[in-house]
Ligand binder design. Structure first.
Ligand code: SAM
Length: 251
């Protein structure tokens, strides 16, 4: 895969943003290269609505980087920290997190082949990601992969941005987490009630809602909520239910 060269404007954008984010270990040029690579893939495969590298930077990369403090704070609890990004689409939030936290191994899971191909190609086009080999991309449904030995209750962190309502996200992710692992749910500012009403489902799945924080974002972007769910007990064997049910009939 040919490495993508980022524009000076985009590198400058990240230089300015990262000044406010000292916990991010990514080089501005690598984040900028990621935006260019995702944009290039998007032109072929149409995996995100963002239409320019700068839009990808603002709406997807910066949004992913808001997860850094919550993950970094918990890294000391992990041996070899592993994150699964369920329904990662073109690679968000997983790919920026792999650059920002180089100690993290990141698995991107999506059911759509073209999205997985685009995410793989974007990761391969950014030398810092391609050389570290820290990103794995797998295609398939969470309902199936969460039953596989190498994946069930293996991960320290899970994300599932824009993959349905909280109860659906919980059923598709909590089975992947080891006890003590964390599900980090990024939600819109109006989702407080949705989060609250998913606490029953979260508990059925072995999780416990530990915090809900408001996350301020730079530029004109609206604040978001971040919900942190700790895996407190094993997920009962019957979850996740068969393919499609977690979204059609949330717990
Ligand atoms: N997380 C990415 C983002 O925020 O840009 C993509 C969000 S997109 C709206 C939702 C993605 O979840 C789609 O790519 C879809 O294929 C994937 N998805 C939905 N249900 C899934 C499941 N049960 N297993 C795996 N992927 C799923």
């Amino acid at each position: 895969m040919t490495p993508t060269s980022p524009s000076r404007e985009l590198i400058g954008f990240f230089q300015a943003e990262l000044a406010e984010l000292p916990e991010c270990e990514a080089a501005p040029a690598d984040l900028a290269a990621l935006c260019e690579a995702v944009h290039e893939q998007n032109q072929r495969a149409n995996v995100t609505a963002a239409r320019s590298p700068l839009e990808i930077a603002r709406e997807h990369v910066l949004d992913a980087l808001t997860l850094i403090p919550a993950i970094r704070e918990r890294l000391p609890e992990c041996d070899t920290p592993q994150l699964i990004d369920v329904g990662a689409g073109g690679g968000f939030p997983g790919l920026p997190l792999a650059l920002a936290l180089p100690q993290l191994r990141v698995t991107l899971l999506d059911s759509i082949e073209k999205k997985c191909r685009a995410a793989r190609a974007a990761a391969d086009a950014v030398p810092a990601l391609a050389e570290s080999g820290c990103v794995e991309v797998i295609r398939g449904r969470a309902e199936d992969w969460a039953r596989e030995d190498g994946h069930r209750e293996q991960y320290d962190f899970a994300t599932a941005r824009a993959v349905g309502a909280c109860a659906t996200q919980a059923e598709l992710t909590l089975p992947f987490l080891r006890i003590g692992g964390w599900l980090l749910l990024q939600k819109g500012a109006a989702a407080a009630q949705e989060i609250e009403s998913a606490t029953g489902a979260i508990e059925i799945l072995g999780g416990r809602l530990e915090f809900v924080q408001t996350i301020e974002r730079s530029g004109q972007l609206a604040p978001r909520l971040l919900a942190g769910v700790r895996k407190a007990a094993h997920t009962p064997e019957k979850y996740p239910r068969r393919s499609g049910l977690p979204s059609k009939r949330p717990l």
